[in-house]
Design a protein around this ligand. Structure first.
Ligand SMILES: Cc1cc2nc3c(=O)[nH]c(=O)nc-3n(C[C@H](O)[C@H](O)[C@H](O)COP(=O)(O)O)c2cc1C
Length: 336
């Protein structure tokens, strides 16, 4: 690791700000797989293969979604500095293991929406607690659907009751399969509380309540072995506002687009005062994902499932120091 230096014609402090924004993104199990190579004329986004959760995420799909989310934050941070980022996704053989390259594309005047999304970067959290029963207003829904479209992805709103029941069943089925898979469980436990590597993982304070028999939706339990008691009357909303974020392509390009869309949706939601949590199980179990894909009409590729609503504030999760995210130019990250 080489630490933050100036890049893209920006002073070191500005580069540091861009990387801090990028690393505030959500990532699967808070694994923070993103790495950066800083050049005078460009920033390369890479991934650390050691951060892949090989049982939960065997194809590194969620690793790339996470990196896509970090990329969107970096783009917004550069726009906030008055610079138009030019992004090449998957630049190819010349830069193996590189997910994206960012170059300068002239000046940019930040819009009010850019400023709003920028403020949301540090305010956003995954909120695993119950939300209120207040409905998500139609205007809010439309803004989130548009956010996904802007990033060349599709946000499918699951508001048909029969479709909700079907999705709930698929998530339950995938969740049960994961519960009996020792490797998936080991990755979950290893990312939880004190067992996570320093700067990584989901602390108990962010874990949400321990699942209870009356829960209709299956949430991942980030406090296995140390149950967090649920105050009475604090059940999960029975009919949450649920969306499936989809890409138009299968594979790394669609995943990087969907990761950016995921983050634009989450930041828009945060700016609107909404909270969000994930239910990725149905997408992590291959056969169940295929069933979900067919249930959605067969032409889209489901990438993640989100529950959105009005919640109470929750604490932030840890992050690695940004100096640790910078890798030297021309280095090859093993396995990437
Ligand atoms: C692709 C992806 C999938 C995720 N899936 C789940 C999930 O199934 N359940 C869950 O509770 N959190 C899930 N998360 C949320 C992460 O655990 C969370 O982003 C991470 O712990 C960092 O916390 P923060 O979002 O509050 O910054 C997912 C995040 C990403 C990017």
């Amino acid at each position: 690791m080489s630490g933050v230096v100036s890049a893209l014609g920006l002073a070191e402090d500005d580069v540091r700000g861009v990387l801090e924004a990028a690393s505030a993104a959500p990532s699967i199990h808070n694994s923070q797989p993103w790495r950066f190579v800083l050049h005078p004329d460009r920033i390369e986004l890479r991934f650390d293969p050691d951060k892949q959760l090989r049982a939960t995420d065997p194809d590194a799909r969620e690793l790339r979604l996470s990196c896509g989310a970090a990329l969107l934050n970096a783009r917004l941070a550069l726009q906030g500095l008055g610079l138009r980022p030019l992004v090449t996704l998957l630049p190819g053989r010349a830069a193996q293991g590189t997910l994206a390259v960012i170059r300068r594309g002239g000046w940019f005047t930040p819009t009010e929406e850019t400023r709003e999304l920028l403020r949301a970067i540090t305010a956003r959290r995954t909120n695993r607690h119950p939300f209120t029963d207040a409905e998500v207003p139609v205007g809010h829904r439309q803004r989130m659907v548009r956010a996904a479209e802007l990033e060349r992805s599709w946000l499918h709103v699951v508001d048909d009751p029969a479709e909700q029941v079907r999705l709930r069943e698929l998530i339950q089925r995938a969740h049960k399969q994961q519960l009996v898979d020792p490797d998936v469980q080991a990755e979950l436990t290893g990312s939880t509380g004190d067992r996570a590597d320093p700067g990584h993982g989901v602390p108990k304070s962010s874990a949400g309540f321990t699942p209870a028999p009356q829960d209709e939706w299956a949430f991942r339990d980030f406090s296995p072995g140390s149950p967090s008691a649920r105050p009475s009357g604090k059940d999960y909303e029975p009919n949450p506002f649920v969306v499936v974020l989809c890409s138009f392509y299968d594979g790394p390009l669609g995943e990087l687009q969907a990761g950016q869309a995921l983050q634009r949706v989450l930041l828009s939601a945060t700016a609107l005062g909404l909270s969000a949590s994930f239910m990725s199980q149905a997408i992590e179990v291959g056969k169940v994902r295929e069933e979900l894909r067919r249930a959605l009409g067969g032409s889209l590729f489901p990438q993640t499932v989100l529950r959105l609503g009005f919640g109470s504030p929750v604490p932030r999760t840890p992050r690695l120091p940004v100096d640790d995210l910078v890798v030297p130019p021309f280095s090859v990250i093993p396995g990437s």
